[in-house]
Design a protein around this ligand. Structure first.
Ligand SMILES: *Cc1c(COP(=O)(O)O)cnc(C)c1O
Length: 466
């Protein structure tokens, strides 16, 4: 044991070794950090030797030093690599919540870069030369696109729901249909948010049916709001009845100051339904029915950054803007930049430049072309796999358009020895992780969400599996 301990170099000897200088250059780290990494490596080796766990056959100080640098490099790479990593989404789910939902357009990314790199007029009124408001950044764009009197942006749609309830319905009753008391993404429950906000939930109707008279009968002196929640991540089918906001609006006559609010969840500016995809109502249409407030996410079907957007009556939005919580829930310049660019793209009518929309409405022939292109590269390079192009459906994801599957083409892959799970695990562990779907022990690659320039990397990953 002592013999091995004697082979351990002093930290100073490591610092003056030529490899040390090379490390600092290659890995772009400072001397102190590199030293602390090497010190940890030496400590670990010393412990192993003392505990008799040392199994390496090293017989000289030079070998030991080389070994330490080798381990040091691995350690350094592990400690300094990003947690966030680009992944290839081969699931075909355009709004994959676990994979970051909407990807941003080139315009949005460029605007974020420009604005976050330097100073900007985030809260500065350039024409007046004095303090401005960040609420002004996208308000007029949102008004133009939705027809709303006013608009504001908060951190996400969950924050929007919370702010609306807290600022406008605290200590009052809020009527919600039982079928709309949804849970989104495991942890966000309308009923829990309501409790946190201090508003009192009044559940009406049954899971599958709520009638207008249920709403009417529930209105009391204490009622402050009727909340309609878009059941975005599930569908009730069969014997069902829900009330449209257009039917709820006349109830405002029964009680002064009654607020009708629809949490739209996804909220679309592009009419997917008119293109035969799903039944999502467009925001403008909901507002035209006379609803007071509507909120929706920035990174679901809108295809922008994470944000919660609230549009509706100016009187109410003004109250929200001046509430203390608005400051707590406010968004950063990067979000505003991405959102502004995304909304401008809509205004210009260039919907197809927004990746979320482009990927959802991409012609199926184009997906088939991508499949063919990939299988050509694939077949030339590997032989353990069997591949076949099949027709399938892509879910939209992100808790939107429940039950909707857009026709797509996938490549189904099987391996001569490995199970689909085993192949999927290997693909996940690739340097650029590839996330796939599995169906009937086959790996499915849905080319709706795969870009042509990602194919090379994918072929490489499959080759490594063998
Ligand atoms: C997704 C969703 C939310 C939460 O929105 P986030 O932007 O994820 O915070 C709230 N309500 C409904 C109906 C939703 O679909």
């Amino acid at each position: 044991m002592n013999n091995y301990l004697k082979l351990l170099p002093a930290i100073h000897d490591l610092q003056t070794h030529p490899s040390f200088g090379q490390f600092l250059i290659d890995h772009h780290v400072e001397k102190d950090y590199m030293t602390s990494v090497l010190r940890d490596v030496v400590t670990e080796i010393r412990e192993e030797i003392i505990h008799g766990d040392w199994v390496n056959k090293i017989s000289s100080k030079e070998e030991m030093t080389a070994f330490i640098f080798q381990k040091g490099e691995v350690e350094l790479e592990n400690r300094t690599k990003y947690y966030l990593t680009k992944t290839i989404n081969a699931t075909g789910t355009v709004l994959h919540t676990n994979l970051g939902r909407a990807r941003l357009s080139d315009e949005a990314i460029q605007h974020v870069v420009d604005i976050s790199k330097g100073y900007s007029n985030l809260e500065y009124d350039i024409s007046e030369g004095k303090r401005g408001s960040r609420h002004s950044i996208v308000e007029s764009l949102l008004m133009e696109l939705t027809g709303a009197e006013s608009a504001m942006v908060v951190n996400n749609n969950a924050a929007a729901v919370f702010l609306v309830l807290r600022a406008l319905a605290k200590n009052q009753e809020v009527i919600v249909s039982r079928g709309q008391l949804v849970e989104i993404g495991g942890s966000f429950r309308i009923s829990a948010i309501m409790e946190e906000s201090g508003a009192r939930l009044v559940e009406i109707g049954t899971t599958n049916k709520t009638h207008l008279k249920d709403y009417e009968n529930a209105i009391t002196e204490e009622t402050g709001m009727i909340l309609k929640v878009h059941t975005s991540n599930f569908k009730t089918i069969g014997f069902t009845k829900t009330i449209e906001v257009s039917e709820l609006v006349p109830l405002k006559e029964k009680k002064g100051n009654l607020i009708i609010y629809e949490d739209l969840g996804s909220g679309v500016l592009y009419d997917f339904a008119a293109h035969g995809i799903g039944e999502e109502p467009i925001i403008k249409g909901i507002l035209e029915q006379g609803v007071d407030l509507v909120s929706f996410s920035g990174d679901k079907l809108l295809g922008g950054p994470q944000a919660g957007i609230i549009v509706g009556k100016k009187k109410l939005i003004d109250q929200l803007k001046t509430h203390q919580l608005a400051r707590v829930l406010r968004v950063d310049k990067m979000t505003y930049a991405a959102l502004e660019a995304t909304l401008l793209t809509y205004l210009k009518g260039k919907h197809s430049e927004i990746p979320t929309i482009r990927d959802i409405i991409v012609p199926i022939e184009e997906i088939l072309e991508r499949c063919k292109l990939f299988s050509k590269q694939f077949v030339e390079k590997t032989n353990e796999f069997t591949i076949e192009i099949k027709e399938e459906g892509s879910p939209i994801g992100g808790g939107t358009m429940p039950g909707v599957e857009v026709p797509t083409y996938v490549i189904c892959i099987t391996h001569s020895k490995l199970s689909a799970e085993e192949v999927a695990t290997e693909l996940r562990q690739h340097s650029t992780p590839i996330i796939v779907r599995i169906k009937k022990n086959e790996v499915l690659l849905d080319f709706r969400t795969i870009e042509n320039q990602e194919m090379k990397e994918m072929v490489k990953a499959f080759m490594l599996i063998g």
